[in-house]
Design a protein around this ligand. Structure first.
Ligand code: AMP
Length: 187
């Protein structure tokens, strides 16, 4: 597995746009749409992730609603494995399992289809499907933790969480009960 070079990190980092005070005052929103529109940066990122995860013997990539779908679906296709969407409450049409998590004000909920991880998902605790969870950014870690718990609830195993960016000062890694890999660590 190749490490991401400093120059490739710079290509990816510089393609992401900072939006001050969005969606509310005091937040610096990391806008990945500029990276998606930059074919060199997007390819640099996806080449790196495909290289890193080619040796993990994964069965599925699970992406978090909604930006995790973009990276997750491309990566799943590159690796020749299935993609599973973890969605916000009320979006999935079939039978779901749900996990609540706290926000700054109130609670939110993520859901997954009960059979999303195939025959080796539910009721296969001896030989669970190996899943990589992916999202664009980890801040407090609430969404990721709920998603890891959800994957376990349907009988699969989250072997690693991958984020394009990690806001290091929030120390979210400590909350998450599995390995975490962040492409870019933001101080
Ligand atoms: P959290 O549950 O606090 O880790 O928040 C993670 C989710 O919120 C991810 O799906 C991110 O896409 C989004 N998010 C949180 N903070 C930011 C930020 N500063 N810029 C972009 N997205 C963010």
């Amino acid at each position: 597995m190749k490490e991401l070079s400093q120059s490739d990190k710079k290509i990816i980092l510089e393609s992401i746009r900072d939006i001050q005070d969005f969606p509310k005052a005091g937040i610096v929103f990391k806008d990945i749409t500029t990276m998606l529109g930059d074919s060199k940066a997007f390819k640099t990122l996806m080449d790196h992730l495909a290289d890193r995860y080619s040796e993990y013997e994964l069965d599925y990539i699970a992406g978090i609603d909604a930006r995790g779908f973009i990276f997750g679906a491309v990566l799943a296709d590159r690796l020749g494995i299935g993609f599973v969407p973890i969605r916000k409450k009320g979006k999935l049409p079939y039978t779901t399992v749900a996990q609540k998590y706290s926000l700054e004000y109130g609670v939110d909920e993520v859901e997954v289809h009960i059979d999303a991880f195939g025959d080796r998902g539910l009721n296969s605790f001896a030989n669970p499907s190996r899943v990589l969870l992916i999202d664009d950014l980890i801040a407090t870690g609430g969404t990721a933790k709920a998603s890891v718990d959800l994957i376990a609830q349907v009988g699969a195993e989250c072997v690693e969480c991958c984020f394009i960016m990690e806001l290091k000062f929030l120390n979210a890694k400590e909350k998450i009960n599995t390995k975490v890999y962040s492409v870019l660590e933001i101080d």
